[in-house]
Ligand binder design. Structure first.
Ligand SMILES: [Zn+2]
Length: 287
């Protein structure tokens, strides 16, 4: 059976105190189901998400636009337009983010902050575009933010994960001075801060939004979607799976009792939800 998850979501908005949050989407791409669920047997994960005849599952690419009143903050920039032909055949990117930004009623010039949680190609693809043979910033007025340690790791180009790091997504911004490198937890603008949650990579940062006594968190690939809420359902891509489990615990210790709105980077249908414990390391979308 052919699945059809490839229609984009309608514009979805919510408020968090004085902030307005809009889900943007770069469309979906395909990933091998096994790589997405690591040591979890297929008989279990296939109850949560159905694979196609090539064992692929659809993966969402959710960015969040945060209008704080003073700033337009873009969290993540999707898979982008610069994959080579081989990667295009594998992932079938849809490259919808710019249209999604337009639908949300902002122009690229109006984005003044871009935050990358890490530098895997499916999180920073629209940081830059190729124009007349040159790579330039997609958001010309924006300051971009990532952890310094993540950039350092990306530049090592290690055998294990160099395929995930496409240098055109970040090096031109470092050279132009637009990429700002953070060391550990930092406030980017009032109410928008980042905190490192190691596991997927050593320096992956979550984005924490606080306004009017409410909190939301873009937890990125530490918990990529609602099929990965349980502590031990860890991606095979994670470089430090035991740290993923410990950091998920650290996250839930705050997010569950304080009823944080959890923003999911790769969920095809649920971009945000509150989460509750179901006991024994299991978690559910709160009803
Ligand atoms: Zn990643």
């Amino acid at each position: 059976m052919k699945l059809d998850f490839r229609n984009s979501m309608p514009v979805q908005r919510t408020t968090l105190g004085d902030f307005e949050l809009t889900v943007l989407s770069d469309g979906n791409y395909w990933a091998d189901g096994g790589t997405m669920f690591g040591v979890v047997p297929k008989v279990l994960w296939s109850k949560r998400i159905e694979a196609d005849e090539r064992n692929r599952i659809p993966v969402g690419l959710n960015s969040i636009l945060v209008r704080t009143g003073e700033h337009n903050v873009l969290i993540e920039t999707g898979i982008g337009p610069k994959l080579d032909d081989r990667m295009r055949r594998v992932f079938e990117p849809q490259e919808k983010l710019m249209r999604s930004i337009e639908q949300a009623g902002v122009s690229p010039d109006e984005i003044d902050i871009v935050i990358n949680t890490h530098l895997h190609f499916d999180h920073c693809g629209w940081n830059t575009v190729l124009e007349k043979g040159r790579v330039r910033a997609t958001f010309p007025r924006a300051r971009y933010y990532v952890q310094e340690g993540e950039l350092h790791h990306a530049r090592l180009q290690l055998e294990r994960d160099r395929v995930s790091y496409l240098t055109d997504n970040y090096d031109p911004l470092v050279e132009s001075g637009q990429m700002h490198l953070l060391r550990g937890p930092s406030e980017v603008v009032p109410g928008v801060s980042v905190e490192v949650f190691p596991g997927h990579t050593k320096h992956m940062q979550a984005v924490i939004l606080k306004s009017g006594g409410k909190t939301a968190c873009y937890i990125s690939d530490l918990i990529p979607d609602t099929a990965h809420l349980d502590l031990t359902w860890v991606l095979s891509f994670d470089l430090f799976p035991l740290e993923t489990i410990e950091n998920r615990k650290r996250f839930y210790q705050r997010a569950v009792p304080q009823q944080w709105l959890v923003l999911f980077t790769h969920d095809v249908t649920i971009p945000w939800a509150r989460v509750q414990s179901a006991g024994e390391g299991k978690y559910l979308v709160a009803s």
